[in-house]
Design a protein around this ligand. Structure first.
Ligand SMILES: [Fe+2]
Length: 375
Protein backbone atom coordinates (compact mmCIF):
# COMPACT_ATOMS: atom_id res chain seq x y z
CA UNK A 1 0.00 0.00 0.00
CA UNK A 2 2.74 2.35 1.00
CA UNK A 3 4.71 1.53 -2.17
CA UNK A 4 1.70 2.18 -4.35
CA UNK A 5 1.14 5.52 -2.66
CA UNK A 6 4.74 6.54 -3.28
CA UNK A 7 4.51 5.65 -6.96
CA UNK A 8 1.29 7.61 -7.37
CA UNK A 9 2.82 10.64 -5.66
CA UNK A 10 5.80 10.65 -8.02
CA UNK A 11 3.52 10.48 -11.04
CA UNK A 12 1.38 13.30 -9.74
CA UNK A 13 4.47 15.40 -9.09
CA UNK A 14 5.77 15.08 -12.64
CA UNK A 15 3.28 17.11 -14.65
CA UNK A 16 5.25 16.83 -17.85
CA UNK A 17 7.16 13.54 -17.91
CA UNK A 18 9.84 13.26 -20.60
CA UNK A 19 11.98 10.34 -21.76
CA UNK A 20 14.82 12.45 -23.15
CA UNK A 21 15.80 14.35 -26.27
CA UNK A 22 14.25 12.78 -29.36
CA UNK A 23 16.22 14.70 -31.99
CA UNK A 24 17.81 18.00 -32.89
CA UNK A 25 16.33 19.05 -36.22
CA UNK A 26 18.25 21.45 -38.47
CA UNK A 27 17.18 23.52 -41.46
CA UNK A 28 20.15 23.72 -43.81
CA UNK A 29 20.88 24.91 -47.32
CA UNK A 30 22.15 21.52 -48.45
CA UNK A 31 21.16 18.53 -46.34
CA UNK A 32 23.18 16.09 -48.45
CA UNK A 33 26.41 17.95 -47.72
CA UNK A 34 25.51 18.58 -44.07
CA UNK A 35 24.94 14.83 -43.65
CA UNK A 36 28.36 14.22 -45.19
CA UNK A 37 30.06 16.70 -42.82
CA UNK A 38 28.44 15.20 -39.71
CA UNK A 39 29.36 11.72 -40.93
CA UNK A 40 33.02 12.42 -41.63
CA UNK A 41 33.76 15.11 -39.03
CA UNK A 42 31.42 14.14 -36.18
CA UNK A 43 31.54 10.39 -36.75
CA UNK A 44 27.77 10.08 -37.05
CA UNK A 45 26.00 7.25 -38.88
CA UNK A 46 23.23 7.98 -41.34
CA UNK A 47 20.24 5.78 -40.54
CA UNK A 48 17.24 7.17 -42.41
CA UNK A 49 16.27 9.29 -45.39
CA UNK A 50 13.24 10.91 -46.91
CA UNK A 51 13.18 12.98 -50.10
CA UNK A 52 11.67 13.37 -53.54
CA UNK A 53 12.30 9.65 -54.16
CA UNK A 54 9.97 8.59 -51.36
CA UNK A 55 7.14 11.02 -50.96
CA UNK A 56 8.76 14.33 -50.00
CA UNK A 57 9.03 16.43 -53.19
CA UNK A 58 10.01 19.71 -51.49
CA UNK A 59 12.75 18.63 -49.11
CA UNK A 60 15.48 16.08 -48.56
CA UNK A 61 15.88 14.86 -44.99
CA UNK A 62 18.88 12.90 -43.71
CA UNK A 63 18.77 11.38 -40.22
CA UNK A 64 22.07 10.67 -38.43
CA UNK A 65 22.84 9.07 -35.11
CA UNK A 66 25.72 8.69 -32.70
CA UNK A 67 24.69 6.45 -29.81
CA UNK A 68 21.55 8.00 -28.36
CA UNK A 69 22.05 11.35 -30.12
CA UNK A 70 19.94 11.91 -33.23
CA UNK A 71 20.38 14.82 -35.68
CA UNK A 72 17.96 15.45 -38.54
CA UNK A 73 19.02 17.64 -41.50
CA UNK A 74 16.32 19.11 -43.73
CA UNK A 75 17.21 20.89 -46.94
CA UNK A 76 14.91 22.39 -49.62
CA UNK A 77 14.92 20.65 -53.00
CA UNK A 78 13.26 23.52 -54.87
CA UNK A 79 12.60 27.26 -54.69
CA UNK A 80 9.70 28.85 -52.90
CA UNK A 81 9.42 26.63 -49.82
CA UNK A 82 8.93 27.73 -46.20
CA UNK A 83 12.02 25.70 -45.33
CA UNK A 84 14.05 27.61 -47.93
CA UNK A 85 12.75 30.92 -46.57
CA UNK A 86 13.82 29.86 -43.07
CA UNK A 87 17.33 29.09 -44.27
CA UNK A 88 17.48 32.39 -46.16
CA UNK A 89 16.48 34.29 -43.02
CA UNK A 90 18.53 32.46 -40.39
CA UNK A 91 21.22 30.53 -42.19
CA UNK A 92 21.78 26.89 -41.24
CA UNK A 93 20.37 26.39 -37.77
CA UNK A 94 18.18 24.42 -35.40
CA UNK A 95 14.43 24.56 -35.96
CA UNK A 96 13.29 21.90 -33.52
CA UNK A 97 14.50 20.54 -30.20
CA UNK A 98 12.29 17.46 -30.29
CA UNK A 99 11.53 15.83 -26.96
CA UNK A 100 10.53 12.21 -26.50
CA UNK A 101 7.56 11.90 -24.18
CA UNK A 102 5.52 8.92 -22.97
CA UNK A 103 2.26 10.60 -24.01
CA UNK A 104 2.32 13.31 -26.69
CA UNK A 105 -1.38 14.13 -26.34
CA UNK A 106 -1.12 14.69 -22.59
CA UNK A 107 2.12 16.67 -22.97
CA UNK A 108 0.59 18.90 -25.64
CA UNK A 109 -2.57 19.49 -23.60
CA UNK A 110 -0.58 20.31 -20.48
CA UNK A 111 1.65 22.74 -22.37
CA UNK A 112 -1.26 24.55 -24.01
CA UNK A 113 -3.19 24.72 -20.75
CA UNK A 114 -0.15 26.49 -19.28
CA UNK A 115 0.23 29.08 -21.99
CA UNK A 116 2.21 27.41 -24.79
CA UNK A 117 1.39 28.18 -28.42
CA UNK A 118 0.46 25.05 -30.36
CA UNK A 119 2.05 24.58 -33.79
CA UNK A 120 0.89 21.05 -34.57
CA UNK A 121 -2.06 19.34 -32.94
CA UNK A 122 -1.30 15.78 -31.83
CA UNK A 123 -1.57 13.40 -34.77
CA UNK A 124 -0.63 9.80 -35.45
CA UNK A 125 1.86 8.84 -38.17
CA UNK A 126 1.81 5.23 -39.23
CA UNK A 127 3.63 2.76 -41.46
CA UNK A 128 4.59 -0.90 -41.43
CA UNK A 129 6.90 -0.29 -38.42
CA UNK A 130 4.11 0.97 -36.18
CA UNK A 131 2.74 4.27 -34.94
CA UNK A 132 4.24 7.53 -33.70
CA UNK A 133 2.22 10.30 -32.10
CA UNK A 134 3.63 13.78 -32.72
CA UNK A 135 2.61 17.28 -31.63
CA UNK A 136 4.56 20.54 -31.57
CA UNK A 137 4.64 23.73 -29.54
CA UNK A 138 6.47 26.99 -30.14
CA UNK A 139 9.42 28.16 -28.06
CA UNK A 140 11.87 31.09 -28.48
CA UNK A 141 12.30 32.70 -31.89
CA UNK A 142 11.24 30.38 -34.69
CA UNK A 143 12.24 27.30 -32.74
CA UNK A 144 9.79 24.60 -31.78
CA UNK A 145 9.57 21.57 -29.53
CA UNK A 146 8.09 18.54 -31.18
CA UNK A 147 6.64 16.16 -28.61
CA UNK A 148 7.18 12.64 -29.83
CA UNK A 149 5.78 9.37 -28.50
CA UNK A 150 7.55 6.58 -30.37
CA UNK A 151 6.81 3.79 -27.87
CA UNK A 152 4.80 1.87 -30.51
CA UNK A 153 7.36 2.26 -33.30
CA UNK A 154 10.46 0.35 -34.36
CA UNK A 155 11.34 1.96 -37.71
CA UNK A 156 14.56 3.88 -38.43
CA UNK A 157 13.09 7.32 -37.57
CA UNK A 158 9.50 8.29 -38.35
CA UNK A 159 6.84 6.80 -40.62
CA UNK A 160 7.59 7.84 -44.20
CA UNK A 161 11.35 7.53 -43.78
CA UNK A 162 13.28 4.64 -45.20
CA UNK A 163 16.40 3.13 -43.72
CA UNK A 164 19.56 4.59 -45.31
CA UNK A 165 23.13 3.37 -45.44
CA UNK A 166 25.88 5.23 -43.63
CA UNK A 167 27.53 7.82 -45.91
CA UNK A 168 31.00 6.69 -44.86
CA UNK A 169 31.97 3.83 -42.57
CA UNK A 170 31.39 5.16 -39.02
CA UNK A 171 34.43 5.22 -36.69
CA UNK A 172 35.03 2.17 -34.55
CA UNK A 173 34.63 4.25 -31.42
CA UNK A 174 31.90 6.94 -31.35
CA UNK A 175 32.99 10.51 -30.80
CA UNK A 176 29.94 11.12 -28.58
CA UNK A 177 26.98 9.08 -27.39
CA UNK A 178 24.29 11.47 -26.22
CA UNK A 179 23.04 15.04 -26.25
CA UNK A 180 23.99 16.54 -22.90
CA UNK A 181 22.28 19.94 -23.20
CA UNK A 182 20.98 22.40 -25.80
CA UNK A 183 21.52 26.10 -25.22
CA UNK A 184 19.22 28.89 -26.38
CA UNK A 185 20.17 32.52 -26.90
CA UNK A 186 17.21 34.74 -26.10
CA UNK A 187 16.55 38.40 -25.44
CA UNK A 188 14.82 37.88 -22.08
CA UNK A 189 16.18 34.91 -20.16
CA UNK A 190 13.78 35.17 -17.20
CA UNK A 191 10.77 35.15 -19.45
CA UNK A 192 11.89 31.94 -21.15
CA UNK A 193 12.98 30.26 -17.93
CA UNK A 194 9.49 31.02 -16.65
CA UNK A 195 8.04 29.56 -19.87
CA UNK A 196 9.78 26.23 -19.20
CA UNK A 197 8.71 26.30 -15.55
CA UNK A 198 5.07 26.84 -16.48
CA UNK A 199 4.71 24.93 -19.72
CA UNK A 200 6.87 21.87 -19.00
CA UNK A 201 7.19 21.93 -15.22
CA UNK A 202 10.97 22.26 -15.58
CA UNK A 203 12.99 23.56 -12.64
CA UNK A 204 16.16 25.64 -12.38
CA UNK A 205 19.44 23.80 -12.01
CA UNK A 206 21.67 25.20 -9.31
CA UNK A 207 24.75 26.29 -11.18
CA UNK A 208 23.61 29.38 -12.99
CA UNK A 209 21.10 31.54 -11.19
CA UNK A 210 20.84 34.47 -13.52
CA UNK A 211 23.03 37.16 -12.13
CA UNK A 212 26.48 35.70 -11.88
CA UNK A 213 29.95 37.04 -11.17
CA UNK A 214 31.10 35.46 -14.43
CA UNK A 215 28.92 37.91 -16.30
CA UNK A 216 31.24 40.73 -15.40
CA UNK A 217 33.74 39.22 -17.80
CA UNK A 218 31.76 37.22 -20.29
CA UNK A 219 28.87 39.65 -20.68
CA UNK A 220 26.18 37.04 -20.61
CA UNK A 221 23.68 35.87 -18.08
CA UNK A 222 22.62 32.27 -17.99
CA UNK A 223 20.03 30.09 -16.34
CA UNK A 224 19.56 26.36 -16.77
CA UNK A 225 16.14 24.74 -16.77
CA UNK A 226 15.73 20.96 -16.78
CA UNK A 227 13.10 18.29 -16.36
CA UNK A 228 12.83 16.50 -13.01
CA UNK A 229 15.05 13.61 -14.12
CA UNK A 230 17.68 15.98 -15.64
CA UNK A 231 17.57 14.16 -18.96
CA UNK A 232 16.57 17.29 -20.86
CA UNK A 233 18.63 20.35 -19.96
CA UNK A 234 18.15 23.74 -21.59
CA UNK A 235 20.52 26.53 -20.56
CA UNK A 236 19.23 29.96 -21.62
CA UNK A 237 21.54 32.91 -22.27
CA UNK A 238 20.75 36.56 -22.53
CA UNK A 239 23.20 39.32 -23.40
CA UNK A 240 24.50 41.32 -20.46
CA UNK A 241 25.73 44.85 -20.75
CA UNK A 242 29.51 44.84 -20.93
CA UNK A 243 32.23 47.04 -22.30
CA UNK A 244 32.10 45.20 -25.64
CA UNK A 245 29.42 43.65 -27.80
CA UNK A 246 28.54 40.35 -26.21
CA UNK A 247 28.68 37.08 -28.12
CA UNK A 248 24.96 36.70 -27.46
CA UNK A 249 24.15 40.03 -29.12
CA UNK A 250 26.24 38.98 -32.08
CA UNK A 251 24.31 35.73 -32.34
CA UNK A 252 20.92 37.48 -32.14
CA UNK A 253 21.97 39.87 -34.88
CA UNK A 254 23.30 37.23 -37.26
CA UNK A 255 20.69 34.56 -36.61
CA UNK A 256 17.95 37.14 -36.87
CA UNK A 257 16.53 36.64 -33.40
CA UNK A 258 16.55 34.04 -30.63
CA UNK A 259 17.66 30.51 -31.45
CA UNK A 260 19.82 27.56 -30.48
CA UNK A 261 23.41 28.59 -29.76
CA UNK A 262 25.20 25.36 -28.96
CA UNK A 263 24.60 21.70 -28.47
CA UNK A 264 26.72 19.87 -25.95
CA UNK A 265 27.61 16.30 -26.83
CA UNK A 266 28.47 13.81 -24.10
CA UNK A 267 31.64 11.81 -24.68
CA UNK A 268 33.51 9.36 -22.46
CA UNK A 269 36.86 10.05 -24.09
CA UNK A 270 37.15 13.72 -24.90
CA UNK A 271 40.85 13.48 -25.81
CA UNK A 272 40.25 10.81 -28.47
CA UNK A 273 37.18 12.66 -29.79
CA UNK A 274 39.00 15.99 -30.07
CA UNK A 275 41.90 14.29 -31.87
CA UNK A 276 39.65 12.48 -34.34
CA UNK A 277 37.42 15.48 -35.01
CA UNK A 278 40.40 17.85 -35.35
CA UNK A 279 41.98 15.46 -37.84
CA UNK A 280 38.71 15.57 -39.80
CA UNK A 281 38.81 19.37 -39.90
CA UNK A 282 36.64 20.45 -36.95
CA UNK A 283 38.01 23.66 -35.48
CA UNK A 284 38.13 23.94 -31.70
CA UNK A 285 38.56 27.17 -29.73
CA UNK A 286 42.04 27.77 -28.40
CA UNK A 287 42.69 28.21 -24.70
CA UNK A 288 45.53 30.44 -23.49
CA UNK A 289 48.50 28.58 -21.98
CA UNK A 290 48.07 30.64 -18.82
CA UNK A 291 44.87 28.71 -18.16
CA UNK A 292 47.00 25.63 -17.52
CA UNK A 293 50.16 27.22 -16.16
CA UNK A 294 48.64 29.63 -13.68
CA UNK A 295 49.15 28.18 -10.15
CA UNK A 296 45.66 29.19 -9.01
CA UNK A 297 44.07 27.45 -11.96
CA UNK A 298 46.35 24.46 -11.65
CA UNK A 299 45.15 24.07 -8.07
CA UNK A 300 41.56 24.38 -9.23
CA UNK A 301 42.00 21.70 -11.88
CA UNK A 302 43.32 19.28 -9.23
CA UNK A 303 43.43 15.60 -10.14
CA UNK A 304 41.75 14.66 -13.39
CA UNK A 305 42.01 11.47 -15.42
CA UNK A 306 44.04 13.13 -18.19
CA UNK A 307 47.48 14.71 -17.61
CA UNK A 308 47.16 18.51 -17.69
CA UNK A 309 49.72 18.65 -20.52
CA UNK A 310 47.39 16.56 -22.69
CA UNK A 311 44.50 18.89 -21.93
CA UNK A 312 46.67 21.94 -22.67
CA UNK A 313 47.79 20.55 -26.03
CA UNK A 314 44.17 20.41 -27.15
CA UNK A 315 42.71 23.34 -25.21
CA UNK A 316 40.38 21.16 -23.13
CA UNK A 317 38.93 22.98 -20.11
CA UNK A 318 38.27 21.62 -16.62
CA UNK A 319 35.58 22.67 -14.20
CA UNK A 320 35.05 21.32 -10.73
CA UNK A 321 32.32 21.45 -8.12
CA UNK A 322 31.36 19.57 -4.97
CA UNK A 323 30.05 16.62 -7.02
CA UNK A 324 33.10 16.08 -9.20
CA UNK A 325 34.60 17.53 -12.35
CA UNK A 326 33.98 17.87 -16.04
CA UNK A 327 36.16 18.27 -19.11
CA UNK A 328 34.83 20.43 -21.92
CA UNK A 329 35.82 22.11 -25.15
CA UNK A 330 33.97 24.27 -27.67
CA UNK A 331 34.14 24.22 -31.45
CA UNK A 332 34.22 27.29 -33.63
CA UNK A 333 30.98 28.05 -35.46
CA UNK A 334 30.14 25.26 -37.89
CA UNK A 335 28.57 27.47 -40.58
CA UNK A 336 29.46 30.81 -42.14
CA UNK A 337 27.28 32.83 -39.80
CA UNK A 338 28.58 33.26 -36.22
CA UNK A 339 25.68 31.29 -34.80
CA UNK A 340 25.65 27.55 -33.99
CA UNK A 341 28.59 25.73 -32.43
CA UNK A 342 29.19 22.56 -30.39
CA UNK A 343 30.62 21.53 -27.07
CA UNK A 344 32.13 18.19 -26.18
CA UNK A 345 31.68 17.36 -22.52
CA UNK A 346 33.05 14.48 -20.43
CA UNK A 347 31.47 14.39 -17.01
CA UNK A 348 32.98 12.83 -13.90
CA UNK A 349 30.32 13.47 -11.28
CA UNK A 350 29.84 17.16 -11.93
CA UNK A 351 26.36 18.16 -13.04
CA UNK A 352 27.52 21.67 -13.96
CA UNK A 353 28.02 23.41 -17.27
CA UNK A 354 31.49 24.91 -16.86
CA UNK A 355 30.63 28.12 -15.06
CA UNK A 356 34.04 28.17 -13.41
CA UNK A 357 35.63 28.32 -16.83
CA UNK A 358 34.07 31.65 -17.78
CA UNK A 359 35.66 33.37 -14.85
CA UNK A 360 38.88 31.34 -14.86
CA UNK A 361 39.49 31.94 -18.54
CA UNK A 362 38.89 35.66 -18.39
CA UNK A 363 40.95 36.04 -15.24
CA UNK A 364 43.79 34.10 -16.85
CA UNK A 365 43.67 36.45 -19.81
CA UNK A 366 43.73 39.43 -17.49
CA UNK A 367 46.72 38.09 -15.61
CA UNK A 368 48.54 37.82 -18.94
CA UNK A 369 47.47 41.34 -19.79
CA UNK A 370 48.73 42.51 -16.43
CA UNK A 371 52.08 40.78 -17.03
CA UNK A 372 52.41 42.76 -20.23
CA UNK A 373 51.54 45.95 -18.35
CA UNK A 374 48.33 46.41 -20.30
CA UNK A 375 45.69 46.07 -17.64
FE1 LIG B 1 27.31 24.17 -22.72
Amino acid sequence: MRTLRAVVDIEVMDDFPVKGMDAVVFAVGNARQAAHYYSTAFGMRRVAYRGPENGSPDEAVHVLESGGARFVFRGPTRAGTALGAHVAAHGDGVTDLAIEVPDAVAAYRYALAHGATGIEEPHVLEDEHGKVTVAAIATYGETRHSLVDRSLYDGPYLPGFRAADPIVAPPEKRYFQAIDHCVGNVERMDEWADFYHRVMGFTDMAEFVGDDIATEYSALMSKVVADGTRKVKFPLNEPATGPRKSQIEEYLEFYGGPGVQHIALATNDIVASVDAMSAAGVEFLRTPDSYYEDPELRARIGNVRVPVEELQKRGILVDRDEDGYLLQIFTANVQDRPTVFYELIERHGSLGFGKGNFKALFEAIEREQEARGNL
